[in-house]
Design a protein around this ligand. Sequence first.
Ligand code: GDD
Ligand code: MG
Length: 361
Amino acid sequence: MKALILVGGFGTRLRPLTLTLPKPLVPFSNRPMIEIQIDALAKAGVTDVILAVNYRPDIMMAELEKFEKKYNIKIHFSVEQEPLGTAGPLALARDLLLKDPSPFFVLNSDIICPFPLSQMAEFHRQHGRAGTIAVTRVEDPSKYGVVVAHPHEPTLVERFVEKPSDFVSNRINAGIYILDISVLDRIELRPTSIEKEIFPSMASDNQLCCMDLEGYWMDVGQPADYLSGIGLHLAHMRDTEPASLATGPHIVGNVLIHPTATVAPDCLLGPNVTVGPNARIESGARIRDSALLDHAHVQAHARVAKSIVGWQSRVGRWARLDQVTVLGLDVQVSEEVFVNGARVLPHKTISDNVYEPSIIM
Ligand code: GDD
Ligand code: MG
């Protein structure tokens, strides 16, 4: 089978992390986000993965070549000269997608869930319409694509509305599709939104079905959602691979620690914490609901809550991060400083308290 992953866009909402790496390569639970998807696709029998890229393809290519061997798949790059939106990239990759007549998967690159792809392929085969989208339920559907099901056929999409301003339904597009190759005939090679143009027209032709996802789902393309997503993903790991999670008197709840990280025995970590490769956590530190990326360093007695500590960043002794603070690459937070809800751009030093959410440039 084939799959196309939409990896374009600038990842603006995940700045400052995306100033250093394109969004799909930002680590999530100690793996590049996109690796979680490639792993799931390979497990579902996908042999060819097309990456639809329009931004910094060079970095993506170097990193992703490694996955060809690791997951025994072929990765094709389809590089846009201008952003083609969420449907245009399918037209650009038309020849690759027409390699065989079987349907293909399409994934948004910033979503995580248990990826029930084989189940979705089977459902798609049985209903026989041109497309299937995975749907999930959320409390606030306004930032998503919303699906209204047919009154007499709950798996048939009657209406698809992208980011509605008025409430229509709380069943939303989870960003995972399986489409027949016939759908390619609906898409022209120009910037096109699959959500605003293609899905509404497929729905009015009764050619779009939906499958409810079970278990957790999150779009992790914004810092607060990234942190909620870590909690959900670790809880899923607790059920499926508990041995990967850390244990010990210094651990509370679900915590993932990379084997190369150094953690002082008298700190307290968790719940919902990921500690990346070569990170260092010193004595007496308290970390909860947070992610530490590669080579992050939390010094003695610092407290990190609901925050992301970027690559090579250092949180000084007795410092405090809270309320979705995100430190970019190589940020230094001085001793005793309190940082509340700041986004800090790479290579900055913070020597004064930041009380209100702000961007530090
Ligand atoms: N190749 C390419 N080119 N990819 C793109 C482009 C482009 O011009 N623009 C966006 N993408 C990719 C993004 O990288 C992401 O993987 C995906 O398309 C969706 O874009 P987002 O910017 O993350 O959209 P969203 O989160 O606001 O909304 C989408 O996802 C929701 C679920 O998380 C929509 O599909 C909604 O309907 C959906 O509910
Ligand atoms: Mg998104």
